[in-house]
Design a protein around this ligand. Structure first.
Ligand code: SF4
Length: 133
């Protein structure tokens, strides 16, 4: 078994701008019952836990059509889960997102005074229309 390497700075910088992460920020705590509404409820769980050498494309594609993908990804980042596909992300993608998420998470519960890379995430969400939900 090999240890996962730490994400590189450019990977974290890209993760900070990833629309999936921004959606997770806006939909965090939005739907406590998100698990009951996930499209994966009707799919073989193995689909979401492919072996490291197998592609995760099928699971990621299904997640992209799931209404609760933001809440799902927020949960995975909150618990730091790095196994399987959650919210249309692979474990490798989430490692970089996790660094950005942990820097931003306290600001989600407080007024939007913290920023990601100097950008007010909540202002960005308002501008793209994601902050109105
Ligand atoms: S985003 Fe994917 S893993 Fe999460 S609930 Fe939806 S289908 Fe399931």
């Amino acid at each position: 078994m090999t240890r996962a390497r730490m994400p590189r700075p450019h990977e974290v910088a890209a993760a900070r701008k990833d629309p999936r992460l921004l959606r997770a920020l806006s939909e965090r705590d939005l739907d406590p019952a998100w698990r009951t509404r996930g499209l994966c409820q009707s799919v073989d769980p193995e689909t979401f836990f492919p072996a490291p050498s197998e592609p995760a494309d099928a699971a990621v594609a299904l997640c992209r059509t799931c209404d609760v993908q933001g809440s799902c990804l927020a949960w995975a980042l909150d618990v730091g889960d790095c196994h399987g596909v959650w919210g249309a992300t692979t474990p490798r993608e989430r490692r970089a997102m996790l660094v950005a998420w942990r820097a931003e998470a306290p600001a989600v519960e407080a007024p939007a005074t913290e920023t990601l890379a100097g950008v007010n995430v909540f202002r960005v969400l308002e501008q793209v229309g994601a902050g109105s939900r």
